[in-house]
Design a protein around this ligand. Structure first.
Ligand SMILES: C[S@@+](CC[C@H](N)C(=O)[O-])C[C@H]1O[C@@H](n2cnc3c(N)ncnc32)[C@H](O)[C@@H]1O
Length: 273
């Protein structure tokens, strides 16, 4: 069975030639669980024993601690954009690998066999995440690139100079496209907050816009499926999943963000609701 196949009862009416009749499937646990993605009890609390159909997540990036030559911390307040500091830093890439080795196998153990993984990262995080995923029997399928639309100073010109990527891993190689198949989408150009959702939900520094997440979720999950996000931040991924008729289970270590995500998910709606 391919990773995107799913039981008949979970298919939408549209797939049988009817109009859209998306059911809002209940999440295993309503809202976001405040917990640590490295701990088993957090997954038990978020999933209630259910296995997820996909891991779509945005863990802390591999940002290294900035130190002066003498070893003391440099610019300890850098990146503080909101009332709580969600940006973690790591002493070395080795430390980041150890962190990845703690959370990724644990998250994967809560997925159905064959479930895809989509993990956002920065340049330094690619190798540790890829090697841990490979160790779990996954192979890279591709990278979704978010080309970030920005303007400089007062200029009108729109630039796409910065990008972020989500690494996609599958158990089996992607089948080649047949001539009539639509292309696979691997790049989306979008601003940080085109739809105003970041501003509405606390301006998390690592917010991901719906237009970018939509491409990822449509490609690798199907309506009714359960999406696991152990690093919810402001909840962009679970909210996008719900908006697309998926179900969501999520964790966030910062109590304040976890509570905001719960508020956000309570207002998130699916197309059929
Ligand atoms: C890159 S951000 C996610 C941003 C999110 N995608 C959004 O759009 O708002 C990573 C989040 O993981 C949280 N986090 C860091 N370590 C964690 C851990 N061990 N368990 C759960 N959450 C953690 C941070 O507090 C942060 O909010």
């Amino acid at each position: 069975m391919s990773t995107l196949d799913r039981p008949r009862e979970k298919r939408s009416a549209a797939e049988y030639g009817g109009g859209w009749r998306l059911v809002r499937y209940p999440a295993p646990v309503p809202g976001c669980v405040q917990g640590d993605a490295c701990r088993e009890d957090a997954y038990a609390a978020a999933l209630g024993g259910e296995r997820a159909d996909a891991l779509v997540t945005d863990p802390p990036y591999c940002l290294l601690t900035r130190r002066r030559k003498r070893g003391d911390l440099r610019d300890p307040h850098a990146g503080r954009k909101i009332d709580r500091e969600p940006v973690g830093r790591f002493e070395s890439v080795r430390d980041y690998r150890a962190f990845t080795e703690e959370w990724l196998p644990r998250a994967v153990s809560h997925l159905r066999p064959g479930a895809p993984l989509a993990v956002w990262t920065n340049f330094l995080g690619k190798e540790p995440i890829s090697s841990v995923a490979r160790g779990l029997g996954y192979q890279p399928a591709g990278e979704l690139v978010w080309a970030k639309r920005t303007t400089e100073h007062d200029g009108n010109e729109q630039l796409l100079r910065v990008y972020e990527t989500a690494l996609v891993f599958l158990r089996d190689p992607l089948p080649p496209l047949a001539p009539a198949d639509p292309p696979r989408c691997w790049c989306v150009a979008a601003g940080y907050d085109d739809d105003g959702e970041a501003a509405r939900w606390g301006s998390h520094p690592n917010h991901k816009p719906f237009s970018v997440l939509e491409a990822l979720l449509r490609a690798w999950t199907r309506p009714g499926q359960l999406v696991l996000d152990p690093f919810a931040g402001s909840g962009s991924i679970p909210a996008a999943a719900m908006r697309l008729g998926r179900r969501a289970a999520c964790l966030e270590i910062e109590p304040q963000w976890a509570s905001r995500v719960s508020d956000r998910l309570a207002t998130a709606s699916s197309p059929g609701s």
